[in-house]
Ligand binder design. Structure first.
Ligand code: BG6
Length: 510
C-alpha cells in the first residue's frame, strides 16, 4: 500500500515459472503498467526462470503477447515496448539444478557490480506449489536469502491445502528466509475496493460508532463468478471453493470488515488486528457442519444465453467428482463488537454473474413512528461495498416519496470510482508488486494469518471429506447455488442480498 513516495532503489525481479499463465496474464502486464506509469526504478531487470527453452527474443515476444491480451491498457505500442523489453532476460533451467542458482547468483553480483550498488532481489514464485520447497532450498544454498533488507520472496497461493501442510510450508520458508522477507500474495488485498474498506471505516467518523452488534444485524460477503473452472480442472479438483476462495479471499475481506481500528498504518499493526478477528471466529464443531456450511457443485445449464457444461464434464475433472464449486458459510466472531452478529459468506463458480460485494445490513430503527401506510416499502439501512465489477459504495436510506401523502421508500446513495475519479484503477498485481519493491508488507499475509484462516475452515473441510456429497451436482449453471444455501440463511429469517445492478439483472426486489 503506497503511502510514501517510492524510493527508486535498483530492483531485480526473478520470476520462477516464467513461462506459465500467471506470469503472462498478471505479473508482466502489471510490471509493464508500472513501467509506463514511471513507478519502476531506472535500474530494473526482470529475469524469467523456467524449464521451457525460450530464447531471450522468443521470451520477450511471448510476454508482449500476454501484455497485449491481458493488460488493462490497450495493446502495447512499439516505442513503449522497445523501451521496456531490454529489461527482460531469460534463464532456462531445472528448478532443482544447483548450477542454475550459481549462475543466477553470479549474474546478480555482476549486475550489482555494474550499477555500483546492491539491488533489491525479488524472487517471485509463480510455479505450482510442488516446486516451492526445492526453489527455496536452492536459493538458500546459493546464499540468495541472506540479505534481510534486500532479498525478498513472493509466494502465490495455495499456501498448503490444510492447516498442517500450511505449517510445513511456512516452516520451509522461514527456515531459509526471515518472515519479514516473505510476501504471501492474496490478490484480493491489492484490489482498490478491498483497500478502500480501510479508508471507509477508519477515515470517516460516521461509520465507526455504529459499526457493531448494536446497529448491525448481519453481514454478507458474496464473491460470485460466472466462469467455470476453465482450464484449471486439475488444480481445482484438489482445491474446491472452500480452499480456493473462502480460506483466503473471503476471509481477508471478513477481517477488514470486522477488525478493530488500527493504531497506525504499520504493516504488523494492521495484520495483528486482522489475526485477532480470525482467532475470534467461533469454531464449527464437525458434527454441526451442516448447520453452518453448505457445499454445491454445478451441473449444466445456461449463462447469459450460452450453454454451460457440468463441472464433472470439465477437462481434468473426475466424472464422479465430490469437489465443491460453491460454498456458503455462516460464521460468528466472538468478541464484544460482533457477538451474535452472523457473517454469511458465499462463493461459487457458474453463478449468474461475476460480482463481489459486501453487504452490511443494519438493524431496523428502534421505534417506528410512521403510520403503517407510510412504511409499506420500508427497509432497514444497508451499506454495500461493491468490489467488482462496479467498484464503489452504496448506502441505502429511506426517503419520503414525492407526493401529498407520507410514504417512505428506499433510495440509494451511490459512489462509484469511475464517476468520482474518472481514472481506471490499477490492477491488484500492480499495487502488490509495487509494495514488494518498496518493502511494505501491509497487504500480504503473515504466516500466523494463513494458519489462523486454515484453522477456521479445517472442521468444515474434515466434515465434508468424511461424507461424500449425496446430491452432486446440486445446482444448475446460471443459478445462485444449491437450495440448501437459501435454506441456510432462510432459517435465520434472512435472505441473500443482491447488489442493485443485479436486482435489475434479475428483475427482482431485495
Ligand atoms: C483465484 C482463484 O484466486 O481468484 C480462482 O484461484 C478465481 O479460482 C480467482 O477465479 C478470482 O479472482 P478475481 O480477481 O477474478 O475475482
Amino acid at each position: 500500500m503506497i503511502s510514501l513516495s517510492l524510493q527508486h532503489e535498483p530492483t531485480v525481479i526473478m520470476i520462477f515459472g516464467a513461462s506459465g499463465d500467471l506470469t503472462q496474464r498478471k505479473v508482466v502486464p502489471a510490471l509493464y503498467n508500472l513501467f509506463l506509469d514511471h513507478w519502476l526504478p531506472e535500474r530494473f531487470a526482470l529475469i524469467g526462470f523456467a524449464r521451457t527453452s525460450f530464447t531471450e527474443t522468443s521470451f520477450r515476444k511471448h510476454l508482449r503477447e500476454g501484455v497485449d491480451q491481458f493488460s488493462r491498457r490497450s495493446k502495447t505500442n512499439d516505442e513503449d515496448w522497445q523501451a521496456f523489453a531490454p529489461h527482460i532476460h531469460y534463464m532456462s533451467a531445472d528448478y532443482s539444478d544447483p548450477a542454475a542458482y550459481t549462475t543466477l547468483s553470479d549474474s546478480l553480483s555482476k549486475m550489482d557490480g555494474e550499477g555500483h550498488t546492491k539491488a533489491n532481489h525479488i524472487f517471485y514464485l509463480a510455479t505450482p506449489p510442488g516446486n516451492v520447497e526445492v526453489i527455496v532450498q536452492r536459493l538458500g544454498r546459493a546464499n540468495l536469502s541472506r540479505d534481510r533488507k534486500r532479498d525478498r520472496i513472493v509466494i502465490e497461493k495455495p499456501f498448503g491445502r490444510d492447516l498442517s501442510s500450511a505449517r510445513t510450508l511456512n516452516h520451509t520458508l522461514t527456515s531459509i528466509f526471515d518472515e519479514s522477507q516473505i510476501y504471501r500474495i492474496d490478490h484480493y488485498l491489492g484490489k482498490e475496493t478491498v483497500q478502500n474498506i480501510l479508508s471507509l471505516r477508519f477515515a470517516n467518523a460516521l461509520f465507526e460508532p455504529i459499526w457493531n452488534r448494536h446497529y448491525i444485524d448481519h453481514v454478507q460477503i458474496t464473491v460470485a463468478e460466472d466462469v467455470g473452472v476453465e482450464h484449471r480442472g486439475g488444480y481445482y479438483e484438489r482445491a474446491g471453493a472452500l480452499r480456493d476462495m473462502i480460506q483466503n479471499h473471503l476471509m481477508q475481506i471478513l477481517c477488514l470488515i470486522a477488525m478493530e481500528p488500527p493504531v497506525s498504518f504499520n504493516a504488523d499493526e494492521i495484520r495483528n488486528k486482522k489475526v485477532d478477528v480470525l482467532h475470534a471466529i467461533r469454531p464449527i464443531p464437525q458434527e454441526q457442519v451442516n448447520g453452518f456450511a453448505v457445499r454445491g457443485q454445478y451441473g449444466d445449464g445456461w449463462i447469459q444465453g450460452q450453454r454451460a457444461s457440468a463441472y464433472r464434464e470439465e477437462s481434468g475433472v473426475a466424472p464422479d467428482s465430490s469437489t465443491e464449486t460453491f460454498a456458503a458459510l455462516k460464521l460468528f466472531v466472538d468478541n464484544w463488537r460482533w457477538q451474535d452478529v452472523p457473517f454469511y459468506l458465499r462463493t461459487g463458480k457458474r453463478l449468474p454473474a461475476k460480482v463481489s460485494e459486501v453487504s452490511v445490513q443494519f438493524r431496523p430503527v428502534p421505534h417506528q413512528s410512521f403510520p403503517l401506510s407510510a412504511v409499506r416499502d420500508w427497509q432497514p439501512n444497508r451499506l454495500v461495498v461493491h468490489i467488482q465489477p462496479e467498484e464503489g459504495v452504496l448506502l441505502r436510506i429511506q426517503a419520503k416519496q414525492p407526493g401529498l401523502t407520507m410514504r417512505l421508500s428506499p433510495v440509494d446513495m451511490h459512489f462509484t470510482y469511475q464517476e468520482a475519479f474518472q481514472v481506471t484503477s490499477p490492477d491488484a498485481y500492480e499495487a502488490l508488486l509495487l509494495d514488494v519493491m518498496i518493502g511494505d508488507a501491509t497487504l500480504f499475509m503473515r504466516a500466523d494469518q494463513v494458519e489462523a484462516a486454515w484453522s477456521v475452515v479445517t472442521f468444515i473441510l474434515e466434515g465434508w471429506e468424511a461424507v461424500k456429497p449425496p446430491d452432486f451436482p446440486n445446482y444448475s449453471s446460471g443459478t445462485w447455488g444449491p437450495e440448501a444455501a437459501e435454506a441456510l440463511i432462510a432459517r435465520d429469517e434472512r435472505k441473500w442480498l443482491l447488489s442493485t445492478s443485479l436486482e435489475k439483472h434479475k428483475g427482482e426486489e431485495t
